[in-house]
Write a protein that binds this ligand. Sequence first.
Ligand SMILES: Cc1cc2nc3c(=O)[nH]c(=O)nc-3n(C[C@H](O)[C@H](O)[C@H](O)COP(=O)(O)OP(=O)(O)OC[C@H]3O[C@@H](n4cnc5c(N)ncnc54)[C@H](O)[C@@H]3O)c2cc1C
Length: 385
Amino acid sequence: MSEDLDALDAETFRQRWRSWLAENYPPEWRIPIIHRISGDDERRWHRMTYEAGWRAPAWPKEHGGLGLSLEKQLIMHHEMELHQCARVLDSGALLLAPALMHYGTREQQERYLPAILRGDDLWCQGYSEPNAGSDLASLRTTAVRAGGDWVINGQKIWTTLAKEADRIFVLARTNKDVKKQAGISFLLADMDTLGLTVRPIMNLAGEDELCEIFFDNVRIPAGNIVGEVDQGWTVAKALLGDERIANGAPSLSRQSFDVLEQLIDGVGLADDLGQTDRAAQLFCDVQDLAALHSQVADAAIRGEVDNAALSLMKVLATDVFQRISDELFTVASEAAGLHDAAGVGGVELDLRKIYMIARPSTIYAGANEVQRNIVATMLMGKPSS
Ligand SMILES: Cc1cc2nc3c(=O)[nH]c(=O)nc-3n(C[C@H](O)[C@H](O)[C@H](O)COP(=O)(O)OP(=O)(O)OC[C@H]3O[C@@H](n4cnc5c(N)ncnc54)[C@H](O)[C@@H]3O)c2cc1C
């Protein structure tokens, strides 16, 4: 598409994207909330949008993105929500790419960004370790210089979709003699490098998206470092901010609220005042979240990153989503215990899957308890002892 999408007025733009989705979005992927496209399906989705000129709405044009205004990016998200599209992780475009654009060398940008755009490379995020989650700076995976290489040893855990990824961005300790945040570097590795092993972890819903990764003398070229040696914490923190903007989006809350409304109607509780009162409260919370999300994302695009607001938004978004999924359980009553998709009041539901998506949302991208601590300290200072 050679046309400048940003020059279109919002309504024309919306219609254009809506019709493209209607004509091209694979119907088998239209399973909102519980389905996530991954692996070859994810590669196919990126390639389709790339070839049709819809890929990377937030990336600047100089890097091959669409350079769209926030208004148009939100239109795209909203239309996908209305079209009942599946979730996509897209860690390469959403998390790594902004870090590469800011801290990467021109060579790294030229090597990695086009492959992300075309859907050739899927990336995963190698931050957390068995004893370094909330306290990420305690990580113990090491990278040591040996001639023209870095040699990585250690273990990562909870790496989403690692078994489907082509490459990984890894935080590793490169200096043990300084304050813990000051001795970490941000490295890039191919998943098929000798010594790198992925072991999927099965969850209660029977899915194995989360993985452990073992690094046993994994050698990567010395140039696979983003930013300066020992300065990876700065890159990692910027990237966590982007992750919180994505995880603060209202989509899952809005979509699960739609299911809740249908279910309340379906089981004949639409006239129950207690029920409608709780639903009205949740509806207001979803609206508040959507308003906060567009304000915070708008400010972030202007370069005004308010870390307290980012953290609060992640807390609010995941908390609302979890409360809606809990309410779905209450309304579905005994059907909530069923293991497969079940028809409840005429609504086809797999509540176990919705639950398994809502539960961990308060843990990933920075556990909510820790985010609350961070915000409290930012706004009120450290408690006096
Ligand atoms: C679905 C899912 C996907 C994930 N994907 C990835 C990924 O792709 N890549 C990656 O690197 N990581 C990933 N993670 C890991 C995630 O970032 C960590 O789980 C998270 O940072 C929490 O760390 P932890 O699991 O070690 O828990 P801990 O840090 O041990 O925390 C356990 C509990 O203690 C609380 N707690 C900890 N410290 C404090 C404190 N100071 N004050 C108050 N409460 C505290 C926490 O809030 C939490 O409730 C994923 C996690 C999940 C659940």
